[in-house]
Design a protein around this ligand. Structure first.
Ligand code: BV8
Ligand code: ZN
Length: 253
């Protein structure tokens, strides 16, 4: 990891009043969660993008639930990694701090982060397609698929945002405001190919934010970044934290 880039990132964050962070699947990679577009992105030969749609669910709700149930089962034993812990600790380190995620795994919350803006929903919540009743559910595995609403017997779906579906308005509005006013936007572990979430990076850059990209590979929006920190989030973020706040190495402060 380039020391000069790290020093520039530390300088930008040290002087920042408003800090926003946008994370993608890469922040959970070191917890053992497969990323979408990496080698683990296939399921029974199908791409996530073909299963994460309302059409796929309408066509075969049981198959789509099998995809989500397997992810829930795989997720259940996994824990936040040092990157999640640093991003949770930073909520008390900056005057204004907004943590925005595209992930549905709930690991930022598990690391102690509060008020996380979950742009694509949460895999541990389900919603009735008939009456809209929403609830948290951590049953693994479900006794029968697809789960049925206790109130009306309707089909329940995962509370995640599928392709072609709108993002939760309040979360996306709050994320847009944070991106537009941020002094620094830290973009962690996203390929930046999914919109409108990826658009937050361009918005922040155009509104004058310093954009810091934390990713072993260049994202599609690396060109918008001011500083590129080429490395895994679980190493880079604890290093940034140590230089900024003298945090314990890798334990997230
Ligand atoms: C919308 C929840 C209308 C589900 C997800 C044609 C038809 C229909 C729609 C479209 C279309 N063309 C474009 C669109 C829009 C579409 C879209 O963007 N498609 C893409 C594929 C082109 N978007 C939508 O449909 C959105 N809705 O547009 O509605 C609308 C329009 C305007 C305004 C309002 C509404 C809905 C998108 C949400 C889809 N749901 N997830 C589920 O999880 O099952 S998206 C899914 O992709 C996940 O949420 C994931 O987070 C997200 C993005 O992927 P990444 O997080 O970036 O993960 P990825 O694997 O790609 O990359 C991992 C990165 O980590 C890599 O860069 C890697 O290098 C890095 N990495 C690896 N290891 C590490 C690491 N980094 C750091 N440390 C490491 N150790
Ligand atoms: Zn119902």
């Amino acid at each position: 990891m380039n020391d000069e880039a790290l020093a520039r990132a530390v300088e930008a964050l040290r002087g920042a009043t408003e800090v926003a962070v946008l994370t993608g699947a890469g922040v959970s990679a070191e917890s053992g969660v497969p990323t979408f577009r990496g080698s683990g992105g296939l399921w029974r030969g199908r791409r996530a993008v073909d299963l994460a749609t309302p059409e796929a669910f309408a066509r075969d709700p049981t198959l789509v639930w099998q995809f989500y149930e397997e992810r829930r089962r795989n997720l259940e034993p996994l824990a936040p990694n040092p990157a999640h812990r640093v991003l949770a600790a930073w909520q008390d380190r900056f005057p204004a701090y907004t943590l925005i995620t595209q992930n549905v795994d709930g690991l930022h919350h598990a690391a102690g982060a509060r008020g996380v803006l979950e742009l694509h929903g949460n895999i541990w919540r389900v919603r009735c397609t008939a009456c809209g009743l929403e609830r948290e559910d951590r049953t693994v595995p479900f006794p029968a698929l697809p789960p049925r609403c206790a109130a009306c017997g309707g089909l329940e779906r995962p509370c995640v945002v599928w392709f072609g579906e709108n993002l939760p308005e309040d979360a996306f509005e709050a994320a847009s405001r944070a991106a537009a006013t941020a002094d620094v936007l830290v973009v962690v572990g996203t390929s930046a190919v999914v919109y409108p979430a990826a658009g937050l990076v361009t918005m922040a850059a155009h509104c004058g934010a310093t954009v810091i990209e934390v990713n072993p590979e260049p994202s599609a929006l690396a060109g918008e970044a001011t500083v590129l920190l080429r490395g895994p989030a679980g190493v880079v973020l604890p290093e940034l934290d140590a230089r900024l706040f003298g945090g314990g190495k890798g334990d997230g402060g």
